[in-house]
Design a protein around this ligand. Sequence first.
Ligand code: ATP
Ligand code: MG
Length: 220
Amino acid sequence: MIMLADVKKSYDNEVVLQNFTMTVSKGEFAFITGPSGAGKSTLLKLLYCYEHADSGHIAVDNWIVSQLKIRTVPYFRRSIGVVFQDFKLLCNKTVFENVALALRIHNMEPEEITKRVIAILKEVKMHGKADVYPQYLSGGEQQRVVIARAMVTQPMMLLADEPTGNLDAENTRTIMRLFREINARGTTVLIATHNEDLYFGSGSRVFFLKDHHIEKEIIG
Ligand SMILES: Nc1ncnc2c1ncn2[C@@H]1O[C@H](COP(=O)(O)OP(=O)(O)OP(=O)(O)O)[C@@H](O)[C@H]1O
Ligand SMILES: [Mg+2]
């Protein structure tokens, strides 16, 4: 469950979100769209506790995100997968290690980590480059590794900011199918995108963000 009630968020003197209220149910698959600069990325960052609201109430499952103590934030984040532009792959780690790191903080057995990492890399069709460093990958390949990293822990919530922006049509279909599969296993999925093709015909809720709040909501 994602819940924002009467949230205000500004940067310096610029108001981005105001009287912002939105609820996404547990296990739902939803989209957020709207003009460039409307605040879609900001919304996802608030939910990840990467940005902080000026006022209002934000909750994710049993976590009161708007009141999280700094030392609690890393624990909260363990249950969230993110595909954000600001969270690039680590350049001194291989593809395999970048994805495995997400599991190492969960204290998982090394054999289990290897099994899971290889399986998810196969799903995003990157297992052939497991030992490669990110700088030798194309933009779309890097993005598929980022998506694998976000999904490998089977998080309670997946936040994806323009996840298919630099993917071709076939990889876009593959990734959207993977998002659907992880959602079918219980993960709440929220995707920010400009791409109407992602949500038209999806049967999922689409929130339109404009003038600091949700202007309307449709079924895609
Ligand atoms: N760290 C920041 N410091 C100051 N202003 C910021 C910061 N991040 C975003 N903004 C401003 O907040 C507004 C909303 O930005 P945001 O990135 O959330 O929009 P967006 O809807 O994701 O846009 P896009 O579709 O282009 O990705 C913009 O006017 C932007 O300039
Ligand atoms: Mg954005």
